[in-house]
Design a protein around this ligand. Structure first.
Ligand SMILES: NC(=O)C1=CN([C@@H]2O[C@H](COP(=O)(O)OP(=O)(O)OC[C@H]3O[C@@H](n4cnc5c(N)ncnc54)[C@H](OP(=O)(O)O)[C@@H]3O)[C@@H](O)[C@H]2O)[C@H](O)CC1
Length: 290
């Protein structure tokens, strides 16, 4: 078995390449500066990321009547706001509930996306108590009437350390919803993470005893290093819910050019600028014969 410079085996389908937080940030900078591609604004990137993640969510969570979109303070939260509006506009009769406990801060772009959500029929803003009720309904601790899919747009590649307030309680309930005892059939999607499952150390391996593992992970542009867990022999056999997430994983975001793929070693990513599809399945647990 060959080993790449990070110590992970290189015989998974992905060629062993997962972006570190620093590489993901550098790639975003290149996309904005126009290095190896035509320059884009952050707003254009975020809108594309959110819209394309919405395509994957709507396709995979077909039975959801409610989408509860949990938005953090950074650009991952911005992606979530774009997704929230896209889900409301694209699926007839759906209810979209958005929680963004820290507000837009100083970001004009974030504030603009909040206003767009506010002006969209079927999108409502919720407080923590309402999100907690939805999470309790989903876990069966409380009677409920609507099938809810939770979108984790709390933290992306700039997450550090342990989850802090005001996200602690919601993260705890979200984690409980995806515990090993509640493992769902592969076709059932009740939890979705944008780019990185929140709470995971971006460059490390998740502590699988007490970690949120979504039913569907939508990596934006390319999977990040924390996803290499499935291909890290040192960690031993991954638990069932982690293997399930590896199988249902998709990549979204048509950002890459051949030049950028070359620069970052992302040869196996099936999406390029101009691709007609918004997202593609990428089974992170599958191993090629070599
Ligand atoms: N090309 C692409 O793939 C695109 C990806 N995009 C998305 O952008 C995110 C990265 O966005 P960034 O703003 O850099 O970071 P985050 O969304 O992760 O947010 C960071 C803020 O989160 C807070 N934070 C960090 N750690 C913690 C913690 N332990 N507990 C609580 N809060 C935490 C912190 O905010 P403060 O207000 O507390 O300072 C951070 O500032 C990427 O993952 C993609 O989703 C873009 O949309 C463009 C295209």
């Amino acid at each position: 078995m060959a080993s790449d410079r990070d110590g992970y085996s290189t015989w998974c389908r992905y060629g062993g390449k997962f972006l570190s937080a620093a590489e993901a940030r550098a790639l975003d900078d290149d996309l904005i500066a126009g290095v190896g591609c035509e320059a884009s604004t952050l707003e254009a990137l975020m809108r594309r990321a959110g819209e394309q993640a919405a395509s994957a969510t709507l396709e995979r969570a077909r039975d959801a009547e409610t989408f509860a979109v949990l938005c953090g303070p950074g650009n991952n939260g911005g992606d979530g706001l774009v997704l929230a509006r896209a889900c409301a506009l694209r699926r007839e009769g759906v209810r979209v509930v958005v929680w963004y406990p820290k507000g837009p801060g100083k970001s004009e772009l974030y504030a603009k996306l909040v206003e767009e959500c506010r002006a969209t029929r079927n999108v409502r803003f919720a407080d923590e108590a309402e999100i907690v009720d939805l999470l309790r309904e989903a876990s069966g601790d409380r009677a409920g009437t609507s099938t809810c899919c939770f979108i984790d747009a709390l933290f992306g590649f700039s997450f550090r350390g342990a989850v802090r307030e005001p996200y602690v309680n919601v993260m705890k309930l979200l984690t409980a919803l995806t515990s090993e005892s509640r493992i769902r059939d592969v076709g059932v999607v009740r939890t979705v993470s944008l780019d990185i499952p929140s709470g995971w150390s971006v460059d490390g391996a998740p502590n699988t005893d007490d970690v949120f593992i979504p039913d569907l992970l939508i990596s934006l542009t390319a999977p990040k290093r924390c996803c290499a867990t499935f291909d890290n022999p040192a960690l031993g056999e991954a638990p069932a819910r982690l293997r399930r997430m590896a199988q249902t994983h998709v990549v979204a975001g048509t950002f890459l050019t051949d030049e950028l793929c070359e620069r970052y070693g992302l040869y196996a990513i099936p999406l390029r600028r101009g691709s007609e599809i918004d997202f593609a399945p990428l089974d992170l647990s599958r191993r090629d014969e070599s």
